[in-house]
Design a protein around this ligand. Structure first.
Ligand SMILES: Cc1cc2nc3c(=O)[nH]c(=O)nc-3n(C[C@H](O)[C@H](O)[C@H](O)COP(=O)(O)OP(=O)(O)OC[C@H]3O[C@@H](n4cnc5c(N)ncnc54)[C@H](O)[C@@H]3O)c2cc1C
Ligand code: SF4
Length: 338
């Protein structure tokens, strides 16, 4: 029988507020891991793919667990549970796209425990790395396991895949993130949270914590959708995820268009070409073609998932097209005549 033991750590720390959190994060630096819901981190501790000396829990920090309407939009604390986000009347009314994406994360139990911040800060995944220590031991260690090269491409770059479901929805909603540390706070576009590097996918500096997310109310009225390709509709990480957001005027002219993907590389990404739809009266093939071409160019898929690259690649164009069509249709409901 194979015995699975959890990675040892010296300290479990429970700061009561943000200033205590920042002090602990500064003191422990990269020797500690933040634990929010723990639904991803605990698996990694069991697989011994991360070996922190301390865990810093967000459980007791009230200000990180609130959803707060502001003058210009909404603020979501990063320790808000996905289930609470999905159930929030204000989020349901103004940001149904975020509700749709968050509802597709894992199973009910993951959403009960898992947080929006933990979902955004997910580590990248690869079938050669995200395995028990026993199974991983049967491979030569790859770059991410401290070895000399990637087992998939036989080279010096890690192609582990970012697989969070809510990131593309928040990218098309042009979310900004609040990042805090002992040195102060900074705000930046969500896209800047992702490095694109499979080895260190989240670009937080040592001692920094993601404290919250802002969405402006300017973009609260668009038609949007999040389509997820997965082997099973519950519990599985995406094989591909596509979010689209469209706003049409009363005479059905496109005022706003955004498109973003997850599980199509080591970071989620926006496809800027989607903005070329602004001013169009319909979703024509001529307009779709450059968007599909650019999405395919930005997509990086290698043989590190159980599903074939050919299948996942083939689904990119199909899902982008479908997501834009659904978002357009939703945005157009009740607007002008057809
Ligand atoms: C069987 C299974 C299926 C899953 N399916 C899906 C799925 O379909 N889609 C999906 O998106 N996810 C999935 N997950 C992953 C996970 O459940 C969710 O992503 C969840 O939202 C993670 O949130 P958490 O609060 O539990 O994160 P944690 O596990 O607590 O943390 C995740 C990572 O983020 C870091 N972190 C957490 N909060 C912060 C913060 N505020 N600042 C800085 N770093 C932080 C942690 O240090 C850790 O590295 C699945 C997990 C399992 C075990
Ligand atoms: S993509 Fe390559 S380096 Fe990265 S985790 Fe997988 S095998 Fe390791």
């Amino acid at each position: 029988m194979i015995k699975v033991s959890i990675q040892n750590f010296d300290q479990y720390l429970e700061p009561q507020d943000l200033s205590e959190l920042y002090s602990l994060a500064a003191k422990w630096g990269n020797r500690a891991k933040i634990i929010a819901g723990g639904t991803d981190l605990m698996v990694r501790l069991k697989q011994h793919t991360c070996k922190p000396e301390a865990l810093i829990s967000l459980r007791k920090i009230k200000e990180m667990k609130t959803i707060l309407p502001t003058d210009d939009g909404i603020y979501i604390g990063s320790a808000v549970k996905l289930h609470d986000l999905i159930s929030s009347p204000v989020i349901r009314e103004h940001y149904p796209l975020l509700v749709e994406a968050a509802s597709k994360v894992g199973a009910y139990q993951h959403r009960l425990m898992g947080t929006i911040g933990g979902n955004l800060c997910l580590e990248t995944r690869c079938m050669y790395f995200n395995q028990s220590e026993f199974l991983r031991g049967s491979f030569t260690p790859c770059l991410k396991a401290g070895g000399g090269k990637c087992l998939v491409v036989n080279g010096q770059k890690c192609y582990a895949v970012y697989s969070g479901d809510t990131a593309p929805a928040l990218l098309v909603l042009e979310a900004k993130v609040r990042i805090g540390s002992l040195a102060g706070e900074r705000h930046t576009r969500l896209a800047n949270l992702f490095s694109g590097d499979g080895l260190t996918p989240i670009s937080l500096k040592e001692g920094e914590v993601l404290t919250g997310i802002f969405i402006s109310k300017e973009i609260a009225t668009t038609g949007g959708t999040y389509l997820k390709l997965a082997e099973r509709s519950s519990t599985d990480f995406p094989n591909l995820g596509v979010a689209a957001s469209i706003t049409l005027s009363d005479d059905r002219i496109c005022q706003w268009a955004r498109l973003a993907l997850t599980t199509a590389g080591s970071s989620p990404f926006l496809v800027d070409e989607a903005e070329n739809l602004v001013g169009a009266g319909k979703l024509s093939e001529d307009l779709l073609e450059p968007i599909l071409n650019q999405t395919n160019k930005l997509t990086i898929m290698v043989k590190n998932k159980t599903t074939s690259v050919g299948y996942r690649r083939a689904m990119v164009s199909k899902m982008v097209r479908a997501a834009l069509e659904i978002a357009w249709e939703k945005a157009g409901n009740g607007k002008g005549c057809c």
